[in-house]
Design a protein around this ligand. Structure first.
Ligand SMILES: [Zn+2]
Length: 140
């Protein structure tokens, strides 16, 4: 994927997430979508016992520390009135805090880091954190 293709891909990811927002601890479809996008990049998903949220590692080709990069993935109980063509399709739920962008940005970072995987010293742990808005998601 070249720079222009990545940009187009990330815009479509962000708009998809914006149209299908999910509240804290209900990010089931969001988590499935994130897993799909990571699998497309050949990034292995870490198993967890959480209901929602996704964790994945980009293991570098050289030894080194684990560095985490985090994005929150949940939306807010707000009715969208933006009139945008990719407005929320879910009544009373909206990505009004930018977590759709955060999630797309982390997929973008993952895509770029995965390309440099063999050169990385250590591991980059991707944390797609559930339930930031309601609290408690980071602790889980
Ligand atoms: Zn937020």
């Amino acid at each position: 994927m070249n720079q222009a293709e990545l940009e187009t891909h990330l815009i479509s990811i962000r708009r998809h997430l914006h149209q299908y927002p999910e509240l804290s601890n209900q990010e089931f479809k969001t988590s499935k979508s994130i897993e799909k996008w990571l699998r497309e990049l050949d990034i292995p998903i870490r198993k967890t016992d959480l209901k929602t949220g996704v964790f994945a590692d980009i293991k570098g080709g050289k030894p080194g520390p684990i560095v985490a990069v985090r994005a929150d993935i949940d939306a807010l109980p707000i009715e969208e009135k933006s009139g945008l063509p990719y407005s929320s399709k879910i009544n009373g739920v909206m990505h009004a805090c930018g977590h759709d962008f955060h999630t797309a940005a982390l997929i973008g970072a993952a895509s770029l880091l995965q390309k440099k995987q063999s050169e990385l010293n250590g591991t980059v742990r991707l944390l797609f954190q559930p339930a930031e808005e309601s609290g408690g998601g980071a602790e889980k």
